[in-house]
Design a protein around this ligand. Structure first.
Ligand SMILES: Nc1ncnc2c1ncn2[C@@H]1O[C@H](COP(=O)(O)OP(=O)(O)OP(=O)(O)O)[C@@H](O)[C@H]1O
Length: 577
């Protein structure tokens, strides 16, 4: 409730105005039955036209003012709910940017989507309903009973008895619905996950012909959610008829007793109408309040789920030292005895890694799959944090600088190219929003993407689908390389991104990089020896350890593992000749 309370405290004036307007609406609503009774008893039954006109005018004014007040009240409440949604979504977005990738994975992408969409929407709706339906209910109940008592005390006692009965029934329903409502969002998470996977993995599902398996899996999630909803609806299927019965009974009793009292002369006909209207009003508001309160546990569960994310402390914290990079340092990157293990893993993925990369030079890393190459780049970007040892960029320990400053030093090309929905130019300008069109074309030229972009109808303005799925793997990869080049950072990190390119394009790209990005420091992770043989130094990584370091020709004569990699690619003869 911390964030909810904070929000109410910050917006206390708006909340106060909303409550004041709702109070005005309630007072207006409660006065109408009294006016109707006076009109019938003093005007219609006594044939006094002036009273009918006078009361009629008052009723018209009351109706007008109440409508105006309730419209403004609804507007203020909706405004508050929208503000709350915006604030929570902004906080959640900021938090997800601060969390480490491991924390991100622990919460789960589907769950984060449900939290920032459906969970927040549920709380917004609850906020509006609490203010508009629950807050006026006790006032309506108390004032209705008091107004009825001012007309006839026995009828007020009877009204109180029925409302008490309704209260008991409501407590029972609210208690039963608590358990069911609080489970709904978790089930929605599962639906989100299953639907997401079946949509994003549609090609694999079709290629493997496993539609039946996926259908069963999806049905499991849908059935579980549906059964929860059915149980909840069953509860209401009993509750609402019971409430209508109580309402019917209260009307029957009010009319029968009211009639009897009128015949005795202790009550007037108009007052019967007022008493029945008060009964309908109080029961009506009771129903609305109970319906809202039954969904309160669901909103509370949503709020708790949001708080869990918002209260998570990022495992990688920004420093308070905040040093700036010294680009004249001899080494662009230095790893000193770095060891890293993933949470819960028995063995470290990287063991005592030490190496240095000189400014402007190219370092390559080669090794078997799962050797820890991508993890090494992740450590450099502070996506994960090493348990021991230090990593320096331009002479500064990466733990002593702001994460944004650190990442600004790199133009990064991930192993799996990811493009955002929009246009090519929007994607290329991701790291450098003010880059000129010429910069973009130059980056495209180096990444060997210029020709295919020139052939597109809209060229730089060509549409990019979510994830870049309207481009081939190789085109996506080349656009992703162009994006890193456009950023114009001093260090370029290529995480196995050349493997999606054919040998000819790979060669042309490396040549262009060598000529046009000569002064940039480059770290290239590659599977193909041909992609890295020109590097100033090559690190051979095996099971998380650097087993050899040197140039291509040095490694060919000293490192057995390197020789076997070269041999396995059937290039030994070709490259040594
Ligand atoms: N998020 C993670 N949580 C736990 N273990 C992980 C995680 N990511 C990678 N690993 C493990 O760490 C090891 C190294 O993975 P990494 O991706 O760094 O290897 P790699 O050398 O880049 O492999 P490849 O060439 O196949 O991309 C692997 O054994 C992998 O299972």
């Amino acid at each position: 409730m911390k964030y909810f309370k904070q929000f109410l405290a910050i917006n206390k004036m708006k909340v106060f105005v909303a409550l004041l307007l709702l109070l005005g609406q309630v007072i207006g609503t409660l006065f109408v039955p009294k006016l109707v009774a006076t009109m019938i008893d003093q005007g219609i039954l006594k044939n006094d036209f002036n009273v009918v006109i006078n009361i009629g005018i008052w009723m018209f004014i009351f109706a007008l003012v109440t409508t105006l007040i309730s419209t403004i009240g609804s507007w203020v409440t909706s405004h508050l709910a929208a503000l709350f949604g915006k604030k929570m979504r902004t906080l959640l977005f900021k938090k997800t940017q601060e969390l480490s990738i491991q924390q991100f994975d622990e919460i789960g992408i589907s769950s984060l989507i449900t939290r920032s969409t459906s969970d927040i929407t549920n709380i917004q709706q609850m906020l509006g309903m609490l203010l508009q339906l629950v807050f006026p209910a006790p006032i309506i109940l108390i004032v209705s009973i008091c107004m009825t008592a001012s007309i006839n005390i026995p009828l007020a006692i009877i009204q109180f008895f029925f409302i008490f009965l309704l209260f008991i029934l409501s407590i029972f329903v609210i208690k039963r619905s608590n358990r069911l409502s609080s489970q709904i969002q978790t089930k929605l998470d599962t639906i989100n996950k299953v639907v997401r996977e079946s949509i994003t993995g549609v090609r694999v599902i079709r290629a493997f012909g496993c539609e039946d398996y996926e259908e069963k899996r999806s049905n499991g999630a849908f059935t579980s959610y549906a059964s929860n909803m059915i149980q909840l609806n069953r509860l209401f299927a009993i509750f609402f008829p019971a409430v209508w019965t109580i309402m019917g009974l209260i009307m029957v009793v009010a009319l029968a007793l009211g009639g009897a009292f009128t015949l005795q002369g202790s009550m007037q006909i108009g007052q019967i109408s007022a008493v029945t209207e008060y009964a309908i009003l109080s029961i009506g508001y009771c129903i609305m309040a109970v319906s809202t309160l039954t969904t309160l546990p669901k909103a509370k569960a949503c709020l708790k789920r949001l708080e869990t994310v918002l209260d998570t402390k990022p495992s990688i914290l920004s420093t308070s030292i905040n040093q700036t990079f010294n680009s004249s340092a001899t080494n662009a990157i230095e790893f000193n005895d770095v060891t890293f293990a993933y949470d819960g893993a028995e063995q470290p993925v990287l063991n005592h890694i030490s190496f240095a990369m000189k400014n402007g030079e190219t370092t390559a890393i080669i090794g078997s799959t799962g050797a820890g190459k991508s993890t090494l780049v992740d450590l450099l970007l502070r996506i994960h944090q090493q348990q021991s040892g230090s990593i320096k960029v331009h002479g500064i320990d990466i733990r002593d600088c702001l994460q944004n400053d650190l990442r600004n030093e790199f133009g990064y090309v991930p192993q799996k190219a990811f493009l955002f929905s929009g246009t090519i130019q929007e994607n290329l300008r991701l790291g450098h929003p003010h880059a000129s069109d010429d910069d973009l074309w130059q980056a495209l030229e180096i990444s060997q993407a210029k020709d295919f972009v020139l052939n597109l109808n809209d060229q730089l303005n060509s549409f990019v689908a979510q994830g870049g799925t309207n481009f081939s793997g190789g085109q996506r990869q080349r656009l992703s390389i162009a994006r890193a080049l456009t950023k114009n950072s001093s260090i370029l990190l290529f995480d196995d991104c050349f493997s999606a390119l054919d040998v000819k394009t790979d060669k042309a790209l490396r040549k262009a990089l060598h000529e046009k990005a000569k002064h940039k420091t480059k770290l290239i992770i590659a599977q193909r020896v041909s992609s890295i043989m020109d590097a100033d130094q090559i690190l051979v990584l095996d099971e998380g350890a650097i087993v050899a370091k040197g140039t291509h020709s040095e490694l060919l004569s000293t490192c057995e593992l390197y020789q076997s990699i070269v041999a396995s690619q059937s290039q030994l003869k070709e490259v040594t000749s």
